[in-house]
Design a protein around this ligand. Structure first.
Ligand code: NAD
Length: 453
């Protein structure tokens, strides 16, 4: 299997539920293989938008935010739902659904990733788009918030089919994209290759436009340091949170759920600071080693086998066990909604660093807080990705290239500024870090909204 497919085709079989039959003229031999567009029923899917909306409302109430501003900030500006027919390699036609939600652009063009996953729905994309608005405001980059997604199971698709899907999606939302309008980036199950296809498809109509997408290959105008940026930002915030809580990172045990782009880079960079990465997991399972994993060897094992599972010298973890291990720091770096009322009381970590978007539900957040567990929020922790995306956009617009050291130094500055603001708001106003992060972001957004209206 190619590296691209290992990265893209990485989803859990048991999560695929068949609900719709949109496939044309199914042939007999395909009957056992569910179509790649089939999705879980929305009713079974967690209501992510209500989680992020509640977080917004708590912060808005705390800061006494003008109701008109609240109304404008809570409501997405534009939502696109498109159909994407793809002729699959065996000749049948499948119809996929794609979404692009442009949440808010008072501070700059819409900006946000594109997710390929079988559970993607409009509600989830809406929630992720709002998180991008808060995130870009918090790290003070001149972007708004957006998100995109296609309901598909990339694990069931070939490279060629993924390329057709990406190109089809790009051409369907093309009219809403633009260098100063909306700029996509990678997210779950999309990577630099997918961004290259977007760049190429957009360029067919609009000419050479490298700034139309970030997270693209360096050779096509991507930024050095973008691939590791979200993990590097997560490392910086973990380091600072440990300092403020008196946790010695060199003695700390860390568990990381998800070993894709964000999880693996977080593991590499925290291990470089001396932390002991005792457990990691991916969609196929998890592994544990009491005296710490060799992160580079684990990456090599993943490269060779497609999973971290069966890494020699490790114990296999049961499903969900990674979240409740006896560790100092837990980094959820996979999907949302993994720490809920059902397992929040079993979490043993003192510090949860939300590298994934919305990994902790509202109820779980309260339960963890009441037990004195510190949760550092997603909009701060994983903002390193969009920060270096901003650097990439700047480099593309100016047609210059930054050295890696320069990218990393600038990222450190942006992340430290955001951390200091959130931490100061948290201590001065006596609110949890999550609310402090929202307050800091909403202050900037409210001011920009007032200035425009
Ligand atoms: P990715 O596709 O590179 O990796 C996802 C990882 O999660 C893989 O290891 C996959 O096997 C694992 N995974 C998927 N389902 C799982 C499950 N049910 N249980 C355990 N592991 C599972 O994606 P990524 O880019 O690393 O994104 C991870 C998270 O970080 C997402 O929540 C994403 O929204 C967020 N995020 C990513 C970026 C970025 O720059 N890539 C930026 C900000 C936030």
């Amino acid at each position: 299997m190619s590296e691209l497919n290992r990265n893209l085709l990485n989803l859990p079989e048991e999560q695929v539920h068949m609900t719709t039959q949109l496939k044309s003229a199914p042939k007999k031999k395909q009957a056992e293989k569910p179509p790649a567009h089939e999705t879980k029923p929305p009713a079974n899917h967690m209501d992510f938008n209500s989680i992020t909306d509640k977080q917004f409302l708590v912060a808005a109430q705390h800061m006494n935010l003008d109701p008109d501003i609240q109304m404008l900030l809570r409501t997405p500006y534009r939502e696109l739902v498109v159909q994407i027919p793809v002729r699959m390699q065996d000749g049948h036609l499948e119809l996929f659904h794609g979404y692009r939600v442009q949440h808010n652009a008072v501070r700059g063009p819409y900006k946000g990733g594109l997710r390929f996953h079988h559970e993607v729905d409009l509600n989830e994309v809406r929630s992720l788009a709002a998180l991008m608005t808060w995130k870009t405001a918090l790290v003070d980059v001149p972007f708004g918030g957006a998100k995109g997604g296609v309901t598909c199971d990339p694990r069931r698709m070939s490279r060629l089919e993924l390329q057709s899907l990406t190109r089809g999606f790009t051409s369907k939302i093309d009219m809403a994209l633009g260098v100063y309008r909306d700029i996509p980036a990678p997210d779950v199950n999309t990577n630099a290759q997918v961004m290259a296809w977007i760049l190429d498809e957009y360029g067919k109509k609009n000419g050479y436009t490298p700034a139309i997408v970030t997270g693209k290959p360096v050779n096509l105008g991507g930024s050095l340091g973008r691939e590791q940026a979200t993990g590097r930002g997560t490392m910086i915030i973990t380091r600072e949170a440990c300092k403020s809580l008196g946790i010695d990172l060199k003695k700390a045990k860390v568990a990381i759920q998800g070993f894709g782009n964000v999880g693996s880079w977080t593991a590499i960079l925290l291990a470089e600071l001396g932390a002991k990465i005792v457990a990691v997991s991916d969609v196929q399972g998890g592994i544990f080693k009491e005296d710490g994993l060799d992160v580079q060897a684990t990456l090599q094992h993943l490269k060779e086998t497609g999973s971290v599972v069966d890494m020699p010298g490790t114990r296999e973890l049961q499903s969900g066990e990674i979240l409740t291990l006896d560790v100092d720091i837990l980094v959820p770096a996979a999907l949302g909604g993994v720490i809920t009322r059902n397992n929040a009381d079993d979490v043993q970590a003192k510090l949860i660093v939300e590298a994934a978007n919305s990994p902790v539900t509202t109820r779980a957040d309260e339960m963890l807080r009441s037990r004195g567990v510190t949760v550092v929020p997603d909009i701060l922790v994983n903002a390193g990705g969009v920060t270096v995306s901003y650097f990439e956009w700047v480099q593309n617009l100016q047609q210059v290239r930054w050295e890696l050291d320069h990218v990393n130094q600038e990222l450190e500055k942006y992340m430290m500024k955001a951390w200091s603001l959130v931490h100061a708001t948290h201590t001065e106003q006596g609110v949890p870090l999550r609310i402090a992060a929202y307050v800091a972001a909403l202050d900037r957004l409210a001011e920009a909204t007032q200035q425009r209206y």
